[in-house]
Ligand binder design. Structure first.
Ligand SMILES: C[S@@+](CC[C@H](N)C(=O)[O-])C[C@H]1O[C@@H](n2cnc3c(N)ncnc32)[C@H](O)[C@@H]1O
Length: 382
């Protein structure tokens, strides 16, 4: 039934960066010989195909993720948003986020992106320590990042900062000082990620060769706890594992996808989720930019996988995503999703401090949010 469809979001992936960070395992590629006209046409074609698959709008949120979408020409961003508006309609107060690198965020470009329709900027600051930025392979200084943040705040009403902590050799005192300097900027939203060593990255090889070590589990847990406390004291309470916001500044796009909303995945490697009556469909586009482009040009879309999720996949996804949020998952939604929680497990996990006590919701404690895979395995024994 059409009217029962969840609100719609769009994730658009821009796969290019000016430099590839050694820790990153996102779908990223160096920007060489990129033809803007060709890419604009391919995004338009895939949007039109997506519309043929799900036409009911309006679109509530759009997220330009990457890669480094601040490298997109602002007129391409404007054209894509006009096309989305023409096809589905953009809701009047739609949230439209774009991820930015401080190096590709000069004031004039940010002003053009704002004029193009971007309402929220997510800026990759990563650290306020120049030596750490160098280690992370960043091509900007802490001063550059802060300058970009201050300019962005004048341009956009919603600006978020990304930082990576739990870095090699980072003590509690060092992170306390760095985070205090971030919070002194009075941001409305911060995404604070612990450094993860991802397979097939330069950091993985260096780490495996013993060139650096990351904080052990206990130290990482202490860093996490201090992060929660300092952000809460600064009025930026956690609303998800790594995300903190002042009231009214949480990222609506990410919340919608963690809550099981519908989103279309546009661009190389993008994932989508679409509801259709009882079924939930998962789409994944080809990852390699040239392969994606070639398929879009030949077939009108780059989607390589398009399947209906089975019951187990839906249940796992509901818990895995919903438990990331501090509000957790309503027990009524869990029952509707056909999940039967073992009552003794529920209690045992509360007593172990992994779940918080609640009669209406399943809520992971801050410690529980750090071990979500383990928690899901306990809650959904196969
Ligand atoms: C898709 S990236 C976009 C960053 C943007 N291109 C830039 O250059 O700032 C989103 C965020 O994920 C985080 N991230 C990526 N890889 C990570 C890793 N291995 N460990 C922790 N955080 C990571 C970074 O904070 C990054 O800003």
């Amino acid at each position: 039934m059409k009217s029962d469809l969840p609100p719609l979001s769009i994730y658009l992936h821009w796969p290019f960066c000016a430099a590839i960070c050694p820790y990153c395992d996102f779908n990223v590629h160096l920007m060489r010989d990129m033809q803007p006209q060709q890419w604009r046409a391919a995004y338009f074609a895939e949007l039109q195909y997506a519309f043929s698959q799900r036409s009911q709008g309006p679109v509530q949120t759009v997220f330009f993720g990457g890669g480094t979408p601040s490298l997109m020409p602002a007129d391409m961003v404007a054209d894509i948003l006009s096309e989305i508006d023409r096809l589905w309609g953009l809701a009047p107060a739609a949230e439209i986020t774009l991820e930015a690198n401080p190096v590709s965020a000069p004031q004039a470009h940010l002003a053009d992106l704002s004029a193009a329709g971007i309402t929220r900027l997510s800026l990759g600051v990563q650290s306020l320590d120049d030596a750490a930025l160098k280690f992370l392979g960043r091509t900007h200084s802490a001063a550059d990042a802060l300058a970009a943040f201050r300019v962005a705040r004048q341009v956009f009403s919603h600006v978020s900062l990304d930082l990576i902590y739990a870095r090699p050799g980072q003590s509690l005192a060092m992170w306390r000082d760095e985070l205090a300097r971030v919070l002194a900027e009075a941001p409305d939203h911060v995404s604070l990620y612990q450094l993860t060593i991802e397979p097939d990255t330069p950091f993985h090889r260096l780490h495996a060769a013993g060139r650096f070590a990351v904080p052990d589990e206990d130290s990482a847990a202490d860093l996490y706890e201090m992060t929660q406390d300092m952000c809460a004291a600064a009025g930026l309470s956690a609303y998800e594992v790594s995300n903190h916001a002042r009231d009214g500044h949480a990222c609506r796009h990410n919340i919608a996808s963690w809550r099981g909303g519908d989103y279309l995945g546009i661009g190389p490697g993008a994932h989508g989720r679409l509801s259709d009556g009882q079924a939930r469909r998962a789409t994944i586009a080809l990852k390699a930019p040239q392969a994606w482009l070639a398929q879009v040009e030949a077939q009108g879309h780059g989607w390589a996988e398009d399947k209906i999720l089975d019951d187990e996949e839906r249940r796992t996804e509901m818990l895995l995503l919903g438990l990331r949020l501090v509000d957790g998952v309503a027990l009524s939604d869990i029952a509707m999703g056909g999940i039967q929680l073992p009552a003794d497990k529920h209690l045992a996990l509360q007593q172990a401090g992994i779940l918080l006590p609640s009669d209406s919701h399943l809520i992971a404690s801050p410690q529980g949010r750090l071990v979500l895979d383990h928690l899901i395995a306990e809650l959904l024994p196969s």
